[in-house]
Design a protein around this ligand. Structure first.
Ligand code: ASP
Ligand code: MG
Length: 433
């Protein structure tokens, strides 16, 4: 198949479409870098729209007034669309049918907000919050004069609302059946983050899931590459908002990238890498601010030792269990503890055991922690600390450990061949139950 080696997938996140100027920049990137072959463009909701929709949904669902935030959201989109239309000087996107798509979507959103019921919070969340991507793609497709593709009938998921799990065979069949012929007519713009069930309900793939969407399309269409356009220069060894003197990795393996995402680096959605790795499709991370700069290539590669990567997870909780009769922590005890953690859906980020105690570091949730204490209080003495931070240094060296640990009290630390992790205090509230 000839097209096979010519399709490229571009993904643009919220920051890269946050206003008319950003969308003009996107159009410039597309025309300057567009491949000779075909181009599929995956777009997220504009700016902070997903957060705004979450808020609107929450207000509507709990019977509160949401008129003001909804009006703000509507005007935001209308203003961007109008500004782009005026600038195009009547060249593109001025046709009434296209202009009214945005209005139709806005009207549908308003109408759907009035039909919410108390039940099925998560299902209804998906029906509402998904409008961010529908609105954004409508505006971007119009600005580019590109085909607008609704991905929901193609990306088939189960009913796991807010974290739809993919039905790969059906999705692959649908995408291959529909998309190649659309690509023959020019660039195609579609939504990140969304999917649909067999019965036609909308699902979402998990917050920040648009990267994953790009990988799904690339996998199904055997793309030549995926490029994620971000507001940073590529994949960096630390979040530049937290750490000074970050360095960019020019090239990095799929394996390393998956591990960084796993430890909590907010670089790329963790589910993105596997479909690409299976088909050896390279993933480029590039800056939409400086599109000609090199960026990072993620792919099959062997590299010499990488610069240490620093990853911070905040809002952590360290929970220690001691058996009440001071017996050793046994496999039977661990089975009970793991079972309870799974039931309350607390995910372990780090764990350690000693003779009579077992400790886990998890994301903090007051609600889930309470449920855990209820289940285990009779059997164990439980201590916990909240407001903690979990730091991971991948590919550490003595200098990088010193840099992060100096002057800190480490409540727990762990070292494997390539990874050094520790939990340290952010607040000072210790409880004993
Ligand atoms: N708009 C969605 C979110 O903010 C998906 C994404 O940005 O990837 O979570
Ligand atoms: Mg977003």
């Amino acid at each position: 198949m000839q097209e096979k080696h010519r399709l490229q997938v571009y993904k643009f996140g919220g920051a890269s479409v946050r206003d008319a100027e950003a969308i003009r920049n996107l159009a410039h990137i597309v025309s300057a870098n567009a491949p000779q072959g075909h181009l599929l463009i995956v777009v997220s909701a504009m700016g902070k729209t997903t957060n705004a929709l979450e808020e609107i949904f929450h207000l509507a669902h709990s019977g509160q007034d949401y008129d003001t935030p909804l009006a703000v959201l509507r005007e935001y989109h209308q203003n961007v669309a109008t500004e782009l239309r005026q600038e195009s000087g009547g060249q593109i996107g001025t046709d009434d049918a296209e202009a009214s798509q945005l209005e139709t979507l806005l009207t549908q959103l308003s109408a759907q907000l009035t039909t919410l019921t108390p039940a099925d919070y998560d299902r209804q969340y998906d029906q509402i919050v998904s409008y961010g991507e529908l609105l954004a793609t409508s505006i971007v497709a119009q600005a580019l004069g590109a085909h607008w593709l609704d991905c929901r009938p193609l990306i088939r998921t189960d009913h796991t609302w807010r974290e739809g799990r993919l039905d790969w065979p059906t999705t692959e069949y649908n995408i291959r059946d529909e998309v190649p012929r659309l690509l023959l007519t020019g660039p195609v713009v579609t939504q990140g983050f969304l999917g649909g069930t067999a019965s036609g309900a909308t699902t979402t793939l998990g917050r920040e899931g648009s990267d994953y969407t790009a990988a799904i399309f690339a996998y199904c269409l055997h793309a030549e590459s995926v490029t994620i356009w971000k507001d940073v220069a590529g994949l960096l060894n630390a979040d530049p908002k937290i750490f000074a003197d970050t360095v960019r990795y020019p090239e990095i393996s799929y394996q390393e990238t998956i591990e960084m995402a796993y430890y909590g680096a907010s670089v790329i959605h963790p589910k993105t890498i596997k479909p690409l790795a299976v088909q050896h499709i390279p993933l480029y991370v590039k800056s939409f601010v400086d599109p000609m700069a090199e960026g990072t290539r993620i792919g099959d590669c062997r590299h010499a030792a990488l610069a240490p990567a620093f990853i911070r997870k905040t809002n952590q909780c360290l929970i220690s269990f001691e058996s009440k009769d001071l017996t050793f922590i046994s496999e039977e005890n661990l089975e009970v503890i793991f079972g309870a953690l799974a039931q309350v859906r607390l995910k372990i980020n780090l764990m350690q055991n000693s003779a009579i105690s077992f400790s886990v570091c998890t994301d903090f949730s007051a609600y889930r922690l309470d449920k855990l204490l209820d289940r285990l209080r009779d059997q164990f003495t439980i201590h916990y600390n909240t407001e903690l931070e979990l730091y991971t240094i991948k590919n550490y060296d003595p200098a990088s450990i010193q840099r992060l640990t100096t002057g800190r009290e480490l409540l727990l630390e762990q070292r494997t061949r390539l990874t050094f992790q520790f939990v340290s205090r952010g607040g000072l509230n210790e409880f004993i139950k």
